[in-house]
Ligand binder design. Structure first.
Ligand code: NDP
Length: 480
C-alpha cells in the first residue's frame, strides 16, 4: 500500500515513530494509503530545519523568493488533473469541483502572494521639523500552519503561501483525514527548487503532531483553520507562550432572503451555498430565513431543485454531491438530522444516508436535506453540522430576522438577498459577521480581509492583513 512521507529539510522521509495511520477513500469506504503518524521528534526535526533555513530565506531578495513561489503556482497548474483526482479520492468531493475550484485556487494562492509581497510596504510617519518614524516589518521566524479537511490544498496553501512570501519558514500539518495533496505539494516544492527547510510538512494527528507544533517554543506564530473547540485548545496552550495566533474557526451562517430579491439568481445561488462540497464549506449558509410573502414559493422551488442534485460517484461528471469526508462525520451529520426530528422539525427532502451502488456501495454519502418547522434557537439551528443539511424558516420583519441571524455563537459569514440598496447597506452593518455577501455568495477577492467574529475566530487572513500577521512591526524613530 502507498505510504506518504513527511517533507523535512527538503527531503521526503519516513516518520521517526515508524507508525502509520490508515487513509480512507470516502466514496468507497476503503483504505487506500497510509500516512505517517508523526510525533514530537519529527516535529522537532522540522522546526530545527526551518530554523536553519530562516536566515537565508528571510534575507533572500524578495524578487527571488517571489519567483520560487511563482514556480510552485505554475507547477500546481501543470499538475491540475493529477491533483484534482487526488483531492477527490482523498476527500470525496466531485472531481470536477476539485478541478474547477480547489486546485486552481491553490495555484492562485501561491501566485497572489508571490506578487503581493512585491507590493507590500510599511509606513513612515514624520514629526514636523523634529523626527522621522519608519516601521520595519520583519518576518517572525518559524511559524506553524495547520489546516482542515474540507478544502485541503486550497486552505493549506492559503496559509503557507503568505507565510513563505513574508520570509518565514514554515512547519505545516494538513488534516490527517485528507493529507494526499499536501504530500504531492511537497514533491512540487522540491521540483520548484524551494530551499531545504523553508517548508516542512509533517503528517499525523492533531493531538500529537499538531500539538507538538503549537507548543514548540521556537514556533513564533500559529495560523490555524478548523473547529472552534480545537481553536480554543490551541489558544489555551499557545497564549501563555505569547505566540501570535490566527484562528479561522467554525460557522453557522445565515442566508437571509427578502421578498424583493432577484428570485432566480437567489434560488440557484442558494442551492450552491447550501450543498456545494456536500455542505462542507465553512461559508455555506445553513440557516435559510425567507420573508413570509415568498416563503411557500421558495420552499416548493428549493425542494424541487435540490431533489434533482445527483448524489453519486465523485468521478462521474454529472455528480453534484459526492461523499462526505469520513464515516464519523457521516454519523455526526445523520445524528443532527435525528436531533432535528426530535426538536420538532419536518424533513422536506432527504434526511438519510444516500445509497450509491457499484464501487461506492460502502461510501459515506448523505442525501441533500432540507428541514422546516424549527425555532431559530434550537440546537439544530445553533450548532455547526457541516454537511448537506439546511433549515428553512419564515420571518416577517427586519428586526426579527436580524435577531435570529445574530443569535448564534458564530459570526463567520452571512448572505443577504434584497434589491433595496438602503436595506442592503444598513442590514449588512448590523450583522455580527466577518463577511457579508449581498446578492451573491462565495465571490472571493483575495485582497479582502477574511475571517470571523465571535466564536468563528480571531484575526484576518487575506490581502495584506495576513502579511501583517506573518511579520513583526518594529518602529524606528530618528530625531534630527
Ligand atoms: P479540526 O479542528 O478537527 O482540525 C483542524 C486541524 O487541526 C487538523 O489538521 C487537525 O488534525 C488539527 N488539530 C486537531 N487537534 C489539534 C491540536 N490539539 N493541536 C493542533 N492541531 C490540532 O477541524 P476539521 O478538520 O474537522 O475541519 C472542520 C472545521 O473547520 C469546521 O468547524 C469548519 O467550520 C472549520 N473551518 C473553518 C474555516 C474558516 O475559514 N473559518 C474554513 C474551513 C473550515 P487532525 O485532522 O489530525 O484532527
Amino acid at each position: 500500500m502507498f505510504q506518504l512521507k513527511n517533507y523535512i529539510n527538503g527531503e521526503l522521509c519516513t516518520p521517526d515513530t515508524g507508525e502509520y495511520l490508515d487513509n480512507y477513500e470516502p466514496s468507497t469506504g476503503k483504505v487506500y494509503a497510509q500516512i505517517p503518524n508523526s510525533g514530537q521528534t519529527d516535529v522537532q526535526k522540522a522546526v530545527a530545519a526551518a530554523e536553519k533555513a530562516f536566515p537565508a530565506w528571510s534575507m533572500m531578495p524578495v524578487e527571488k523568493r517571489s519567483a520560487i513561489l511563482g514556480k510552485i503556482s505554475a507547477l500546481i497548474l501543470e499538475n491540475l488533473d493529477r491533483l484534482a483526482a487526488a483531492e477527490s479520492k482523498d476527500n470525496g468531493k466531485p472531481v470536477w469541483l476539485a478541478k474547477q475550484v480547489d486546485i486552481p485556487r491553490a495555484a492562485k494562492n501561491f501566485h497572489f502572494y508571490a506578487t503581493a509581497i512585491l507590493h507590500f510596504g510599511s509606513e513612515a510617519n514624520a514629526m514636523t521639523n523634529k523626527a522621522i518614524n519608519y516601521t520595519l516589518r520583519d518576518p517572525l521566524g518559524v511559524v506553524a500552519c495547520i489546516s482542515p479537511w474540507n478544502l485541503p490544498l486550497y486552505l493549506f496553501s492559503w496559509k503557507i503561501a503568505p507565510a513563505l512570501a513574508a520570509g518565514n519558514c514554515v512547519v505545516a500539518k494538513p488534516s490527517e483525514v485528507t493529507p494526499m495533496t499536501a504530500y504531492l505539494l511537497s514533491e512540487l516544492c522540491i521540483e520548484a527548487g524551494l530551499p531545504a527547510g523553508v517548508l516542512n510538512i509533517v503528517h499525523g494527528l492533531g493531538t500529537h503532531a499538531g500539538a507538538a507544533m503549537t507548543t514548540h517554543p521556537k514556533v513564533k506564530a500559529v495560523s490555524f483553520t478548523g473547529g472552534t473547540q480545537t481553536g480554543a485548545t490551541i489558544a489555551k496552550l499557545a497564549a501563555p507562550m505569547f505566540k501570535k495566533l490566527s484562528l479561522e474557526l467554525g460557522g453557522k451562517n445565515p442566508n437571509i432572503i427578502f421578498a424583493d430579491c432577484d428570485y432566480d439568481k437567489m434560488l440557484s445561488t442558494t442551492l450552491r451555498s447550501s450543498f456545494a462540497n456536500q455542505g462542507q464549506i465553512c461559508l455555506c449558509g445553513s440557516r435559510i430565513f425567507v420573508e413570509r410573502p415568498i416563503y411557500e414559493k421558495f420552499k416548493k422551488d428549493f425542494v424541487q431543485k435540490a431533489a434533482l442534485l445527483k448524489v453519486g460517484d465523485p468521478k462521474a461528471s454529472d455528480t453534484k454531491i459526492g461523499a462526505v469526508v469520513s464515516k464519523p462525520h457521516q454519523e455526526k451529520i445523520l445524528s443532527y438530522i435525528e436531533l432535528a426530528k426530535e426538536e420538532g422539525g419536518t424533513i422536506l427532502l432527504g434526511g438519510q444516508q444516500a445509497k450509491v451502488g457499484g464501487e461506492c456501495t460502502e461510501g459515506y454519502f448523505v442525501q441533500p436535506t432540507i428541514i422546516e418547522g424549527l425555532a431559530h434557537d434550537c440546537r439544530t439551528n445553533q450548532e455547526e453540522i457541516f454537511g448537506p443539511v439546511v433549515t428553512i424558516m419564515p420571518f416577517d420583519t427586519e428586526d426579527e430576522v436580524l435577531e435570529y441571524a445574530n443569535s448564534v455563537r458564530y459570526g463567520l459569514s452571512a448572505t443577504v438577498w434584497t434589491t433595496n440598496l438602503n436595506r442592503a447597506t444598513q442590514f449588512s452593518q448590523k450583522l455580527e459577521s466577518g463577511i457579508v455577501w449581498v446578492n451573491c455568495w462565495l465571490l472571493r477577492d483575495l485582497r479582502t480581509p477574511f475571517g470571523g467574529v465571535k466564536d468563528s475566530g480571531v484575526g484576518r487572513e487575506g490581502g495584506f492583513e495576513v502579511l501583517r500577521f506573518f511579520t513583526e512591526p518594529k518602529n524606528i524613530c530618528i530625531e534630527y
